[in-house]
Design a protein around this ligand. Structure first.
Ligand SMILES: Nc1ncnc2c1ncn2[C@@H]1O[C@H](COP(=O)(O)OP(=O)(O)OP(=O)(O)O)[C@@H](O)[C@H]1O
Length: 131
């Protein structure tokens, strides 16, 4: 059915098929996108640290939201890059540059937000443990 490319171009005809194609998209992100792997690994690291430091439920919500935003921004960045490449190929195009740079800027904003959230939550706990 899905997961191996059968050159399907028609609509998915079952929930299972839709789900398998979504899973295939996720695996493609992990396999092909170095930055996506980096953000996924960083998020897992932050989640492990959050467990170890026993942060509050509200802090968990913030940490998970910040991680989710970075991963979603990276996903949208990959979508933009792929569509731009599909459209312009190897040719230089000013609008292609704008689209790709803006998409990358979105990832940067989300990553900075995650760093600020991480510092607000982890720094006081770490400083308290050091004292
Ligand atoms: N067709 C193009 N026309 C103009 N500029 C381009 C084009 N393709 C890429 N660029 C420029 O090269 C940069 C890198 O593009 P590329 O598609 O390699 O992204 P990437 O290295 O995969 O980015 P990221 O690190 O965000 O995943 C873009 O941000 C853009 O400035």
């Amino acid at each position: 059915m899905a997961l191996k490319d059968n050159h399907q171009v028609c609509k998915n005809n079952s929930f299972n098929q839709s789900f398998l194609h979504a899973l295939q998209g996720l695996l493609t992100l992990i396999k092909d996108e170095r930055n996506f792997r980096f953000h996924l690994f960083s998020s897992l690291l932050v989640i492990i640290v959050s467990f170890l430091l026993r942060i509050s439920i509200y802090d968990w919500l913030l940490i998970l939201t910040a991680s989710f935003l970075v991963i979603m921004a990276e996903t949208i960045n990959t979508i933009v890059e792929t569509i731009v490449d599909l459209y312009v190929g190897d040719k230089y195009n000013k609008l292609a540059k704008k689209a790709k740079d803006v998409a990358a800027g979105g990832v940067l904003i989300a990553a900075l937000f995650a760093v600020v959230v991480g510092m607000i939550i982890f720094l006081p706990i770490i400083l308290q443990k050091l004292n």
